[in-house]
Design a protein around this ligand. Structure first.
Ligand code: GLN
Length: 220
């Protein structure tokens, strides 16, 4: 990953965010967030959640991550923080974990239900198992986003209140690959692998905005 071109959002200094660090491409997310100027905690258990103002759920294997979330006793604490408005960014398996509905998952697969999406695992099919594409993402300035898809999920249902920011064509149908609802942003690809920081910057802006509101409340 090249971090040379990362721009620091003005807001990132002083923010403390977490990366779920049970499995998957944790290191890439930690490196990108660090390069953007915030403090990054690796989250492995409920106690690690206390100090973070936002969380990134990495790519990996959602069935494994779901089991590890269970054994780390993180499912309920995470659901609670997300319900209370903690911003989140999920990439690939992280997107699956944040959705409300998983198709082709394990029967006991846990979801965090933070964004109302129905996602099907590994549904780009054999030929498209892994591929790259340049995507126009709504709201992002500059060049198209170079997206690396690795056994990516397909969004099959988009709930009320979810904005689709980018899509790709799959067998003649347009499939959402970047979605956002409130302060939860998900991508079915890996921006942390291609090194494009713009979705992480959106996440950090959400973290800054939510933190500013909370601080204002505390001072009121
Ligand atoms: N196929 C994986 C899953 O279902 C996701 C792959 C990824 O995160 N690159 O969890």
């Amino acid at each position: 990953m090249s971090t040379g071109a990362l721009r620091r959002p003005e807001t990132a200094g002083g923010l403390r965010v977490g990366v779920l660090a049970l499995q998957g491409d944790v290191r890439e997310h930690v490196a990108m967030l660090g390069a953007l100027g915030c403090t990054v905690d690796e989250v492995r258990g409920p106690a690690d959640l206390a100090g973070v103002a936002g969380i990134v759920l990495p790519g990996g294997e959602s069935t494994t991550l779901s089991m590890l979330l269970g054994s780390a006793e993180l499912v309920e604490p995470l659901r609670e923080r997300l319900r209370a408005g903690m911003p989140a960014l999920g990439t690939c398996a992280g997107m699956i974990l944040l959705a409300t509905e998983v198709l082709d998952g394990r029967s006991d697969q846990q979801v965090l239900g933070a964004i109302d999406l129905g996602v099907r695992r590994n549904a780009f099919g054999r030929q498209l198992d892994s591929f790259e594409a340049d995507l126009a993402v709504a709201g992002l300035d500059g060049a198209p986003m170079h997206a690396v898809f690795i056994r990516a999920p397909v969004v099959e249902r988009v709930g009320v209140g979810v904005d689709v920011l980018a899509s790709v064509d799959l067998a003649g149908a347009s499939r959402p690959v970047v979605c956002r609802s409130g302060t939860v942003t998900v991508a079915s690809f890996h921006p942390e692998v291609s090194g494009d920081p713009r979705l992480h910057e959106i996440f950090l802006r959400d973290v800054a905005a939510v933190s500013a509101t909370r601080t204002a409340y505390q001072h009121a």
